[in-house]
Design a protein around this ligand. Sequence first.
Ligand SMILES: Nc1ncnc2c1ncn2[C@@H]1O[C@H](COP(=O)(O)OP(=O)(O)OP(=O)(O)O)[C@@H](O)[C@H]1O
Length: 302
Amino acid sequence: MNALEVRTENLTVRFGGVPAVDGLDLRLAPGKIHGLLGRNGSGKSTLAALLAGFRKPDEGRVLIGGGDLGAARTPYEDAVVTSRICLIRESGDLYDQAPVKRVLEYAASLRPYWDQDLAGELLDKFEVPTGKKVQKLSRGKRSALGVILGMAGRAPLTIFDESYLGMDVPSRELFYDVLLADYTEVPRTILLSTHLVSEVSALLEEVVILDQGKLVTQSPVDALRGRGASLVGPAAAVDELTAGLAVLAQQRLGGTKSVTVLGDLDDALLAKARSAGLEVGPVGLQELFVHLTAPSPKEGNR
Ligand SMILES: Nc1ncnc2c1ncn2[C@@H]1O[C@H](COP(=O)(O)OP(=O)(O)OP(=O)(O)O)[C@@H](O)[C@H]1O
């Protein structure tokens, strides 16, 4: 498996003295699909640019190693490392005046692991016309082109920074399917930066959550989802069993209620819930994300 490992040490970038990425110590294990989650302005794009070597940190460092690179090195101004990293941003970073086929040829010339057959297959699937200039593509087709470049590049570290936001729901679904199928065939380290948490949660193995440039948590998804539970069933029974617990979210439909609680449920409570006919499951990633990144009452906007 040619997948890169990413580490950051005290990684910091400031704009006008205000930190956008603030002392991050991270490790992205090789060969996994990681989610980079955070609210608007939390530092996701800045972090993605740092990992890809597009930007120099003000403090600390990024270390990329493993796969065919071997010993870890910093990506900034290192062409060997950056040729193995593909960052696709929402803007696309595409040359507007060029026809799609030129953009693809250019990407193929830069990317050591480029797969032309995959590119062709994805162009058909996403129905992106190769003869048109990039400038003439709709927003959704530009996003699809970004996704095609990111997937066909098969870079050992591939980062999608909200690059698929311009796509409609069926196209995003297609992207998730294509990503999973190709990752299974050719495992690499993938980082998906997004706030569409519920859409991508099934794809993710690990998540990094940022808030105001700081690390809130880095965890395998299963461990994170185990930090709480959801109980669904007759409203009266759900209310009785969740009284006094930390409730993250609740929903009622007729006589049925669903409540998400934080914290471990003890065995006695779980047994009671099951005997009352309630369904007990793990907490949703989106609900946890909202909880973990909720502004504290004293904080204003940045
Ligand atoms: N070039 C820049 N100049 C000044 N401030 C910047 C610049 N780029 C980012 N910032 C600021 O840094 C912080 C983090 O921005 P960043 O774009 O990394 O967040 P994000 O999580 O990607 O946000 P979003 O989800 O809205 O895209 C924000 O406060 C933003 O205003």
